[in-house]
Design a protein around this ligand. Structure first.
Ligand code: SF4
Ligand code: MG
Length: 315
């Protein structure tokens, strides 16, 4: 039974400068309550756009987003506000979103106070609790963001997000700017908070290695389309789509990597003008004539695994 779903169907568009780019095309994504879904792809593939739409921040030009089975456009003003509060986004650079003139205590405590989640009298204790939970020492709550390291600033961002009691977190490259050892600490924190607070995550990353330890299921996007979707173990042991296979081949193991950028041969074509047929055909080692003209559709290739590749029809 799905009682939580971020579901998007049909064609979705995102404005980029003057043009409308169909950054996300015909995506149907379901996230179950309590699940961690990793959304992976190279930059420009539309994963951030999809994340913002799922979070309810950006409306799709066409298509539907359901939350607990209800179209978010049909929510009353109050219910929409509540939904926005219960959905929090955590970004790559918390510094950009932390007011440099605000003390950490106010960064963390302001929204809960405004929304009546805490009171004036309970405020200090509430802030301390949020900071401790994110691994920050409340003794530093009078400090300003610039007095913290990158990893600690991400913890401040996490404390602020969790302070409004969300149940769904969209992380967009939340650890991408951090050193590998700090990345591991923050990923562990996300996992601990998941169990502690019964959270659901959409975890967006360009790095398959980052989502591996965190996600129950992985969704791979390429130029606005989902090309593969499967349980995490399956993605790593039996990847079906040639794009997933090439991403995997270029993932340095999390234990010993310095740079975690996915490297796939060939340039990423412009999302403004994606190649016809299978978008991946100019870079695919298995491309056939058919791939240049015919768009492959997602089909189940194994239980819980869907892939969009014509090779699955060839046999
Ligand atoms: Fe490669 Fe063709 Fe499959 Fe696309 S559809 S991934 S080009 S084999
Ligand atoms: Mg992005």
């Amino acid at each position: 039974k799905l009682d939580f779903a971020g579901r998007i169907a049909k064609r979705l568009g995102a404005p980029v400068r003057e043009e409308v780019v169909h950054a996300v095309d015909n995506v149907d994504l379901t996230i179950r309550k309590g699940e961690v879904v990793g959304l992976v792809g190279e930059s420009g593939c539309g994963k951030s756009t999809l994340g913002r739409m799922v979070a309810g921040i950006m409306p799709p030009s066409d298509g539907t987003i359901l939350r607990n089975g209800v179209d978010i456009r049909s929510l009353s003003h109050a219910a929409a506000k509540e939904m926005k509060l219960r959905t929090q986004m955590i970004f790559q650079d918390p510094y950009a979103s932390l007011n440099p003139r605000m003390r950490v205590a106010d960064i963390v405590g302001e929204a809960p106070l405004v929304h009546g989640i805490t009171t004036r009298t309970g405020y200090e204790a509430y802030v301390d609790e949020q900071m401790r939970r994110a691994g920050l020492d409340p003794a530093f709550k009078r400090r300003y963001p610039h007095q913290f390291s990158g990893g600690q600033r991400q913890r401040i961002g996490i404390a602020r997000a969790l302070a409004v009691k969300p149940d769904f977190i969209v992380c967009d490259e939340a650890v991408a700017a951090l050193d590998v050892s700090i990345q591991a600490q923050i990923l562990n924190l996300f996992m601990r908070l998941r169990t502690e607070l019964d959270l659901t995550y959409l975890f967006i990353s360009h790095d398959l290695g980052v989502v591996e330890h965190l996600s129950d299921r992985v969704v791979i996007m390429y130029l606005g389309r989902v090309v593969e979707e499967a349980p995490t173990e399956t993605v790593f042991s039996q990847p079906n789509h040639p794009y997933t296979q090439s991403l995997l081949a270029s993932v340095p193991r999390i234990e010993n990597r310095k740079r975690a950028f996915a490297v796939v041969k060939g340039e990423i074509p412009s999302p403004l003008n994606p190649p016809p047929g299978c978008h991946f055909h100019p870079r695919c080692p298995h491309a056939m004539e058919r791939c240049k003209v015919e768009k492959p559709v997602l089909k189940e290739v194994a239980p819980g695994q869907r892939s969009a590749c014509h090779l699955n029809d060839a046999a």
